[in-house]
Design a protein around this ligand. Sequence first.
Ligand SMILES: Nc1ncnc2c1ncn2[C@@H]1O[C@H](COP(=O)(O)OP(=O)(O)OP(=O)(O)O)[C@@H](O)[C@H]1O
Length: 315
Amino acid sequence: MDNNEHEHVIEVTDLRRVYGGGFEAVRGISFHVDRGEVFALLGTNGAGKTSTVEVLEGLARPASGRVRVLGHDPYEERSAVRPWTGVMLQEGGFPSELTVAETARMWAGCVSRARPPEEALELVGLERRADVRVKQLSGGERRRLDLALAVLGRPEVLFLDEPTTGLDAEGRHDTWELVRALRDGGTTVLLTTHYLEEAEDLADRLAIMREGRIAATGTPAEVTAAQPSRISFRLPDGYFLGDLPPLGELGVTGHEVDGRVVRLRTRELQRAATGLLVWAERAGIELRNLDVRSASLEEAFLGIAREKEKEEVAA
Ligand SMILES: Nc1ncnc2c1ncn2[C@@H]1O[C@H](COP(=O)(O)OP(=O)(O)OP(=O)(O)O)[C@@H](O)[C@H]1O
């Protein structure tokens, strides 16, 4: 199979997934992931991320819609897709009596084009734990083992469901480095995560799901651009809000005053910050505790979650 012919390594069109009792967990979503991209699927608990990823992994059939991985239907043509994909589920569930090295060797026997098991363990920093039984590993070490097994077959497409949950800060950064290295080597990665800084740092593009639908999608910068930036500072004694230049002219769309602390919201950060600083400079004022910040992905995420709450209150 010439896998290079499919630029969209993953294609999802109007995907719906309905569970046995009739509950519609995924309600018509579309997105694509190109070769060598890291794509993050974000969302609140129960938003439908795992339900979506399971369909892409070929573990479940869609109720309707079309899914293609490397140009194939991952459920109907599992044997054409499976050898090229690596999967890290939320729960690995490997036999706990085997050692780490035995587990890796056993798994290497099940995949085509396997790396040497020692190399996979080294990639995730488990080489010194090779002789430890799986049941004796810590939660974070088990996640590392799950990741080692997912990359053992040199996959072209890697599915990572919450890969860094339970890892300490160092483990998380190690995992990010590994994902970046795999991406740079041409691997396409689809990951779900609850850590917004992980998506901000790693993802080329992302989608935020809410109640089975995609509420926002784009690069991290595009998704955060929809949220206002913030400027805060301390007004010097003797000055009042009315002494500032007219806020509308600075491109400020909202403000709060808390004692002497002023917080401004704007979608034109450079214009607002420049106007404010020029005013302060001319007036010979020092704006103490000045903080100028673009919106973070976390703010965009919370904004989307709050839109939903507002809709519910209004209904
Ligand atoms: N086997 C099932 N039968 C019925 N409903 C299910 C089943 N599995 C999941 N659901 C429901 O589908 C919805 C989406 O679940 P899913 O696990 O895909 O969400 P998620 O975004 O991955 O959540 P989390 O971040 O908590 O892992 C939830 O409301 C969940 O209760």
